[in-house]
Design a protein around this ligand. Structure first.
Ligand code: ADP
Ligand code: MG
Length: 423
């Protein structure tokens, strides 16, 4: 073992208290520290944050971490600051800071205190930030949730598209891009857009063997969900609905039925939203009813179920949203309610969009319908979509879906899937 390796384990223990690296974390960190661009594809809960947090903590200068959501950044900054006794090891830079606060951040960076600076891409383009960052020592740039760059991803953010040229203006440093997305199309798009075609790629399996996948027809859905929750009393769960209105209505319905539930969507007052999220994290509330605005990067290890009241718009999103269940490796039940009429509605909605967006949207819908209607192993279906082969009989978690534990009449599902994916 090289001295450096031994040293990395020591730093891991010192800062995070962990004795071993997870998956390929160590190789990823070594390569980044040696100056290479790296691209990390690892499922949710795989431990991506540590791949940039640890090297940032032990490098000279400040690492810029690009992240799409304020809530997400806040979460991480608190976590990182909790790792060290010094204040200001991690900061967020955005327009919500007043002059004094901004100056504090700048001073901490100049003084060499700040190892991680979290910014949203739309902040990064601000001239005064850019000018400042050009003149300080940057260790590397991390782009978290890198799938936001791609229109094929489940969370496209136009501000992500210009990152490459902005980073080039700030510093010539290694870049680490990370995502829990693995469709070959999105991967390709990310690498091209970031100019990372030569990056070292680290891809881990996206199989989540402890998650149980189930699809039910959307009939008596309210009753079914209430019953389900009552069978999982006291457990944490997330229920996803498509519209804000539905979120509010359904959270109320659950409350009326004696279930400890709260709503979460982007239309709620910021304070209420944060309070509801915190209550969920602190286990003052069992169930959160939410739009897809909820959950990205939220690290609650013991979410026991993720229910889709409405079917997701893509298999990608479905994988991401269900990925929030069972992060501690324990039980995670992923239940989705499917009604072809919902899909028709989504198609109608897409019909009003510009052509390119419509075409992408329709293909993604096709794929997710394929998932809903398949009679093959759902795990196999999802992993095939991510470019992975899965043995539906012997694979890890093979028995963990409705079709496998209670197989419907066989039809040629594989051929169906191929048809859908090759559209
Ligand atoms: P991701 O961003 O890939 O979804 P996170 O970075 O949020 O995952 O990490 C998921 C969980 O794994 C966190 O609770 C984190 O503390 C834990 N974790 C990360 N690395 C290790 C490790 N080497 N040993 C033990 N736990 C780890
Ligand atoms: Mg993450």
């Amino acid at each position: 073992m090289s001295a450096k390796k031994a040293n990395l384990s020591g730093e891991l223990k010192k800062y995070f208290g962990f004795s071993t690296f997870k998956g390929q974390q160590e190789q990823i960190i070594e390569n980044l520290l040696s100056g290479k661009d790296v691209f990390v594809l690892m499922p949710t809960g795989g431990g991506k944050s540590l791949c940039y947090q640890l090297p940032a903590l032990i490098s000279e200068g400040t690492a810029i971490v690009v992240s799409p959501l304020i809530a997400l950044m806040k979460n991480q900054v608190d976590a990182v600051n909790g790792l060290s006794s010094d204040d200001g090891v991690a900061h967020v830079l955005n327009s919500s800071l007043n002059k004094t606060q901004t100056k504090q951040v700048f001073d901490d960076i100049k003084g060499g205190k700040t190892k991680l600076l979290y910014v949203a891409p739309e902040s990064l383009i601000k001239d005064d930030y850019l000018e400042f960052l050009k003149d300080v020592k940057i260790s590397f740039v991390a782009i978290d949730e890198a799938h936001c760059i791609s229109e094929w991803g489940h969370d496209f953010r136009p501000e992500y598209r210009n990152l490459k040229s902005i980073i080039d203006k700030i510093a010539d440093v290694p870049v680490i891009a990370l995502t829990a997305t693995a469709t070959p199309k999105v991967q390709d798009d990310i690498q091209k857009t970031l100019g990372m075609s030569d990056a070292l790629v680290f891809k881990e399996s996206f199989n989540r063997p402890n998650l149980y996948y189930e699809v039910r027809p959307k009939v008596n859905v309210d009753k079914e969900i209430v019953k389900f929750i009552n069978q999982h009393k006291g457990k944490s769960g997330i229920i996803y609905c498509l519209s804000r209105r539905k979120v509010e209505e359904f959270a109320q319905l659950l409350q009326v039925n004696g279930i400890n539930a709260l709503p979460y969507h982007a239309g709620l007052d910021q304070k209420v939203r944060v309070a509801n999220q915190d209550k969920f994290l602190m286990e003052e509330v069992d169930v959160i009813v939410a739009t897809i605005a909820f959950g990205m990067g939220i690290d609650k290890p013991d979410v026991r179920f993720v229910i889709h009241y409405d079917f997701p718009k893509s298999l990608e999103s479905y994988y991401q949203e269900t990925g929030r269940a069972g992060r501690d490796g324990g039980e995670g039940h992923c239940l989705a309610f499917y009604d072809p009429k919902d899909i028709e509605k989504l198609e109608k909605f897409l019909a009003q969009k510009p052509v390119s967006e419509r075409e992408i949207g329709l293909q993604l819908l096709n794929e997710v319908v394929g998932y809903a209607e398949t009679s093959m192993s759902r795990r196999q279906y999802i992993l095939y979509y991510f470019g992975e082969n899965f043995d539906p009989v012997k694979g890890d978690g093979a028995e963990m879906c409705d079709n496998s534990s209670n197989p419907p009449k066989l039809k040629d599902a594989k051929a169906d899937l191929k048809k859908v994916l090759e559209l």
